[in-house]
Design a protein around this ligand. Sequence first.
Ligand code: UD1
Length: 420
Amino acid sequence: MKKIVVEGGVSLKGEVQISGSKNAVLPIMAATILCPDIYRISRIPDLRDVRTMSSLLEILGARVESKGDTFIIDTRDVNKWEAPYEVVSTMRASVCVLGPLLARFGRAKVSYPGGCVIGTRPIDLHLKGMRMLGAQVSMEDGYVYVKSSHLKGRRIYLGGAFGPTVLGTANVMMAAVKAEGETIIENAACEPEVVDLGNFLVKMGADIKGLGSPTITIRGTCDLRGVDYRVIPDRIEAGTYILAGVITGGEVRVKDVVPAHLSSFLDALSTTGCKIEEGEDWVMAFREGNPLPLQITTLPYPGFPTDLQAQMTVYLTTLPGISIVQERVFPDRFMHVAELLRMGAKIMREGPKAFVMGPTQLIGAPVMASDLRASAALVLAGLKARGKTVINRIYHIDRGYEGIEKKLSLLGAKIRREEE
Ligand code: UD1
């Protein structure tokens, strides 16, 4: 088992190249199933989740060839409609083949994704959307079966107890692209990754209006084709490196980003007294003046992203006073807190809230990564801590951060990967 070892205390400085967005590329790869053709997708990050999605496409009959950060995906021979347990259990995002398989074959069989450390994570809204488009949905042996000889568009309210659903919106949008007539998704997710998928579908020939707003209107068509497409940069990776800079008292400039995708995060940083500078495709942040504590609430986009909550919590340990984190997307997403306590953080959790008392000097310790973003938070904590931090079970981090130790080393971090 591999681990990451970090010697803390170095201020990180310099520029880092941001990779393509994991959460955008996964549904886009799934969308290539919709129409049997050849697709050329660029700015694909080298990540474990991307390799898992490639394997799933290959299991279904596609051919996937990679040339640097470009994938050529040929879905002409896709002839299966089953996403097996072995794949879905390693990556929940596999569920986003449901909509495209249903649209292409009139049927799909997908292993029901289990819970994970950040919560129970149901897919009831995905299935509600499929039902409303006219599919029959049943469950057997841990698999969801969806079947329809004729998908028909209609108005679908897709909100749940925790707001809109990102992959649920993606799934319904992909199924609706080939449904008869007009589908209106209400309370749709507005995340840039959903917009990117929508733009990809529009380039394929789909008729979609309202992307980036809570009401998306899709007019079904059979006239789709394979296209070339470049995926958006990863706003969560960008936010993580900006935090690596401010947490260590340095300054990191992230390049090849869309600054507007980072608005709520940058606003939160400037509320704590950070200075933000940005250009058309870069952002830089550094500490200035007296730092202030912060209250953040994670919310669907354009609110503060839950995928930066754990990393932001590490930053809050460096601020004076009491900062408050409220998790409104995944109320149980606090696995990183117990590990941060082992490093000397003073954090009290109360239901979906965490109270962070600071500033505290974090101290290096052996810690355990529990999920992707929690792993990134522990790396950030290690960069700030006095002494050595050993992060175990780091396979989580390779799901979502391309070459994290290489990128951090270029910024001056003392970080290495070791075999246990
Ligand atoms: C996606 C992202 C993930 C991010 C999350 C929220 C990908 C691959 N993953 O996950 O990184 O943290 O959005 O921004 O893009 N819910 C239901 N019923 C459903 C679906 C969701 O109740 O059918 C709930 C969830 O439990 C959660 C909330 O809705 O409380 C939002 O989840 P959702 O937006 O669906 O997350 P994902 O799309 O799985």
